[in-house]
Design a binder for this molecule. Sequence first.
Ligand code: PMP
Length: 341
Amino acid sequence: MTATAPLPPAPLTRALDLIGNTPLVRLEGPSAAAGCDIYGKCEFANPGGSVKDRAALWIIRDAEARGVLKPGGTVVEGTAGNTGIGIALVANALGYKTVIVMPDNQSREKMDTLRALGAELVLVPPTKFANPGHFVHTSRRLAEETEGAVWANQFDNIANRKAHIDSTAPELWSQLDGRIDGFTCAAGTGGTIAGVGLGLKEKDENVRIALTDPHGAALYNYYAHGELEAEGSSVAEGIGQGRITANLDGAPVDTQFRISDEEGLHWVARLLREEGLCLGLSSGINVAGAVALGRQLVAEGREAPRVATILCDSGFRYLSTIFNADWLCEKSLPVFDWLAD
Ligand code: PMP
């Protein structure tokens, strides 16, 4: 047998240092489909299993540095789940308590994980952002009412995007030896697209930054025509934004794609069956966007372009949803052929 990867690095001094420095992998099927190299940043390899571990660490470190989070304090956050998981792990490591507010239509796996990690979980019905019962507003109120608590406020706290300016973007730049033509991903808070975009543009302003928007989100129309208008809907968790969050403000978005759940599921299926990568739907949507961006760059005559995207979290987090035939049928989505009987 021949070695296929370099030897692992020396031991880290503590578990928190496991956040970030994730591998980058060339995706064969997407590269063949685009006619150029497509790379996926393996954010599912973070200790909490998602891209949001980085934001959680930066937000908590920032609150400590500002003196608002004191020893033994509590971190309160509203989240689709992954940020909560990241916050719970970082808070455990640093001696804080965690309270997480989450809409009750998110995957069962994320709720069970949060409880298992020791977070206090508050479930609220999914509502529009304008409703005071929305998970974001509920989490702000809980933070205000709890002594010694800080509100992480991932949507409008720019420590979130700074995580990606400081870590994800320089990692991508160095992993690709400074030769990267395009980057794309979807937005939840917008921290990843804005932070990686700003960080890469700092290195080379010709890197094309593309927003990949799911259906049901308003950002595609915003970047295309200046209007925050949503069309359709998506079952993808963690992505799909209807407003310009503080993290998105000033994001250097050059172009945009709109990707359906069906296209995202197509890539989830292919990456799993052909490359052995088990991913969530936001990763599939990101990969579909990366293929579109790769094709665009090839069509414009860029020589052998290289495009990177984010593999946000693992499919194991969605066994009860996108890997469940009954759930998919209920949502009128195609069932993976190996699960259909
Ligand atoms: N994918 C998943 C599965 C997520 O949980 C999130 C975070 N909400 C994202 C993508 C989007 O990341 P960001 O908040 O940085 O836009």
